[in-house]
Design a protein around this ligand. Sequence first.
Ligand SMILES: *Cc1c(COP(=O)(O)O)cnc(C)c1O
Length: 396
Amino acid sequence: MLNPGDYRVNPIKNTSWIELDKQAYQNNYRYIHSILKPNVKYSAVIKGNAYGHGIEKMVPLMEEAGADHFSVFSAYEAYKAFKSKKSETKLMIMGEVDDSDAMEWVIGHDIDFFVFDMARLELAVETAKKWNKKAGIHLELETGMHRTGFDERTLSRLAKFIREHQSQLEIKGMTTHYAGAENIANHIRISNQITTFNRLSDKLRRMKITAETYHTACSAATINFRDSHMDMVRLGILSYGFWPSRESFVLHIARKSKKNPVDPLKRVISWKTKVMSLKKVNVGEFIGYGTSYLAERDMTVAAIPVGYSYGFSRLLSNTGQVLIKGKKAPVVGTVNMNMTLVDITLIKGVKKGDEVVLIGDQGKMTNTVSSFSEMTQVVNYEMLTRLPADIPRIVV
Ligand SMILES: *Cc1c(COP(=O)(O)O)cnc(C)c1O
């Protein structure tokens, strides 16, 4: 439910709003810990503006449930998270720290970061010296994804450099990332990556390079490959209540709850707007731009003030649906930049200002993210992260 007080604080509102369900996250947090051994740490991944949920609101919401370690992509995201987190909460950057200014800020604020090439490592040492601090680094190893990470042939040089600069470096982690653990077709590739990771970290161990924490798993690896858990898992999509793929859900059901096949995760996000205007359309008229929708009977349509510029994909033209008064209202015609028309002919008593659910529950009905992402061929991840940062987020 929208807490009206929250939303009305700002008299100039955006045309839609996103609600974040605190209890849903608490549920997911408990589920995540139920599948991890007690000594395995959970890092909540909040890159991509917390998968579209909004970093500023999600960080305190997640902290309240118990999360105390967050993973972001860049120094910029770390900066946003830093402003809303508790002082004792740990941040880890898995990707970009683009220059020496960013590096100074990162090390100065005790934020850990991945290191995947010598240039980054040298900059870390140089900056740590300036601050008279140790840089908290996570060594990323190349295990088969071929994106970022130290290649096997560079390990002895890496080890030598680290031994020579021990007073500036604290090896917080040893890490890698899997190339598509959500898909069973990649099973052999991922298994090989786990083997390679273990082999390379043993090799480094023999060169006297060890880390506090060994961590490799994202959501899909956590579900599909128990060997990947190690000391910590980095979970994005599961935290927000979504399965990384249909296959991982199926695997969960097969393993855990054949007798009671309920989804243990709860969706944190809902996205809502209001009916902006109503109109009667006579049989034989075209609706919206062009000729993509022809009224084959007398109809009533509602205009909603959300279009593709808000992340409501144009690919939902004539195929998407929203919920009004607990019923499905199909999109008619093309999704416009700021507006969309929906068919409410069969829904009685719709009025201007009625709540419209784009994602979420209304009455007994649910509009899921995957209902639109499957329709638009966009995976949950992309649909969510495309939600613009300036839609207000409200914790409920
Ligand atoms: C995005 C990401 C994760 C989390 O992925 P999910 O599938 O959302 O759990 C973990 N590790 C790295 C390096 C990532 O980029």
